[in-house]
Design a protein around this ligand. Structure first.
Ligand code: NAD
Length: 506
């Protein structure tokens, strides 16, 4: 069905997925999904009604009764098929993603690919969901654990990785025997929906995966729903903190992966070429809209002389629509995001930082309405300035100076966020000191965006994470299961007595 957009034109509607069927919402509240390079409205996405949310959860609750007893290898096999379907549809998925999110086509394929790795991991769930056993814990007593699924679980995802992050969530939850209600970002739900359609095609039964849409009302409805047992959230610190407290109060298990301010330390002994090239990609790739983007460079000692090299490399990057060949960074997700980033750049200047490179209002022929901001570099940045204190989530790199590695570590540990960090050095001793003393979840050594692959768990320190267990890796199996410990004893005499009684009764 088409629905009239806020611009008064017709656009297709994004459907809900309830009980295995794509259904039209009966809501009166719709949000536009907008191409950030052109402002074309691609679709309209509903704010799910309370009745629709209840129907999605009821369907998941009903499906849980049989899905939890479906043999573990049967569950895993669905994900073998699913990974194949994702591979076959890679180009189509990347094209949808670029249109609604703005990132370049290679970045969009990377987004899908990192999610695909989690699907492959889910196909291996048989090895991951094994319990433990101890024989003769007491005389004739054995003990073992079962990792049993929780029931209906939910996922709430951000706009910046609309393929990878939903795939962090529902494949592992479902493979471990749970059923799921997913709430994608309202800003770019179309690639997520295509992935969910492929999941159904792979054999996920009706009710096992459901999708609702919307923003605060729908998210609050998920937090409060009595039949939802666990919530995985990825997004900003402000919303994640709210979700964590609200859902925890409602008795749910919650994990929230949240905002960031990622620092990279560049030591004077680093390989300059390799370090700066890697860091430029990490700072400005995906227009800085990555939770693992390097947004602060800490130049130590003599490395402080490298500011002109950083600026020259940043200046050479190509800003353009994500579908154009050779584009390094595309547009920001919304006009509001662009205005906010431009406003922060203005505040950076007013608050005394030195603007080394100004990326505001780049001229992009044919895409004059796009939300583009080019690479921007500030030096002389200090805590207390808005560009340092806030997560900018745009292509703005702040450079700070430190006299020593110890000072750099102290500086980074004083920041409230602890998502990702990196050090560039040729010294093993410096790298070791850094990894031992830094209080950040993901640490890169001569690598700028240290996102763990599917075998490990994503994590975070301090303000970047709430909840103990991370998404994917081994930890997520514990997140989506309840450990049951069985302690058992069998009496030989009883069995003998039982057998004799049975025989004499015949
Ligand atoms: P966001 O917090 O605005 O949105 C996340 C989700 O919450 C969306 O589904 C959205 O619909 C919903 N939401 C928005 N406002 C809400 C409200 N008032 N009440 C309840 N729910 C609400 O985040 P975003 O802008 O989509 O994503 C960018 C943020 O996500 C950045 O802060 C980034 O660092 C963070 N992020 C973190 C990780 C990580 O693993 N740590 C990964 C990706 C993104």
């Amino acid at each position: 069905m088409d629905a009239s957009t806020s611009q008064g034109v017709l656009a297709p509607t994004v459907k809900l997925l309830i009980d295995g069927k794509l259904v039209e919402s009966k809501t009166t509240q719709w949000h536009d999904v907008i191409n950030p390079a052109t402002q074309q409205v691609l679709a309209r996405v509903p704010e799910t009604t309370p009745d629709e949310l209840n129907a999605a959860v009821a369907s998941a609750k009903k499906a849980f009764k049989t899905w939890r007893k479906t043999p573990i290898m049967t569950r895993a096999r669905v994900f073998l098929k699913y990974q194949q379907l994702i591979r076959e549809h890679m180009k189509e998925l990347a094209a949808i993603l670029t249109a609604e999110q703005g990132k370049t086509l290679p970045d969009a394929e990377g987004d899908v690919f990192r999610g695909l790795e989690i699907v492959e991991h889910a196909a291996n769930v048989g090895n991951l969901q094994l319990g433990e056993m101890g024989e003769n814990i007491a005389h004739g007593v054995d003990t073992y654990t079962l990792l049993q699924p929780l029931g209906v679980c939910a996922g709430i995802t951000p706009f910046n990785f609309p393929a990878m992050i939903p795939l962090w969530m529902f494949p592992m939850a479902i493979a471990t025997g749970n059923t799921f209600v997913l709430k994608p970002s309202q800003q770019d739900p179309m690639v997520t929906m295509r992935l969910c359609e492929l999941a159904l095609e792979a054999g996920i039964p009706p009710g096992v995966l459901n999708v609702v849409h919307g923003t605060a009302d729908t998210v609050n409805g998920i937090c409060d729903h009595p039949d939802i047992k666990a919530i995985s959230f990825v997004g900003s610190t402000k919303v994640g903190t709210h979700v964590y407290h609200r859902a925890s109060l409602a008795g749910k298990r919650v994990q929230c992966m949240m905002g960031a301010k990622n620092h990279a330390v560049v030591m004077p002994d680093a390989n300059k070429e390799q370090a700066l090239n890697a860091l430029i990609g990490a700072s400005f790739g995906a227009a800085g809209q990555r939770c693992m983007a390097i947004s602060v460079m800490v130049l130590v000692g003599e490395a402080q002389k490298w500011i002109p090299d950083v600026v020259a490399r940043a200046k050479a990057l190509k800003v353009n629509v994500g579908t154009a060949d050779g584009t390094d960074l595309g547009p920001l997700i919304t006009c509001a995001a662009r205005d906010r980033v431009e406003g922060l750049i203005e505040r950076g200047i007013k608050e005394g930082a030195k603007l080394e490179l100004d990326g505001r209002k780049p001229a992009i022929t044919g895409y004059e309405k796009g939300n583009f901001v080019g690479p921007t570099v500030f030096s002389n940045v200090k805590p207390g300035m808005s560009i340092y204190d806030q997560e900018i989530f745009g292509p703005v790199l702040c450079i700070v100076q430190a006299d020593s590695l110890e000072q750099a570590v102290e500086f980074i540990n004083a920041n409230p966020n602890g998502n990702g960090t990196a050090i560039f050095t040729r010294s093993g001793a410096s790298a070791r000191f850094f990894k031992e003393n830094i209080d950040v979840g993901q640490v890169g050594i001569n690598l700028p965006v240290p996102v763990p692959v599917s075998l490990f768990s994503f994590t975070g320190s301090r303000g970047s994470k709430l909840g103990d267990l991370g998404p994917y890796g081994k930890q997520v199996v514990l997140f989506y299961t309840q450990t049951k410990t069985v302690i058992e004893r069998w009496f030989e005499e009883d069995e003998y007595h039982e057998m004799n009684t049975t025989i004499s009764l015949k």
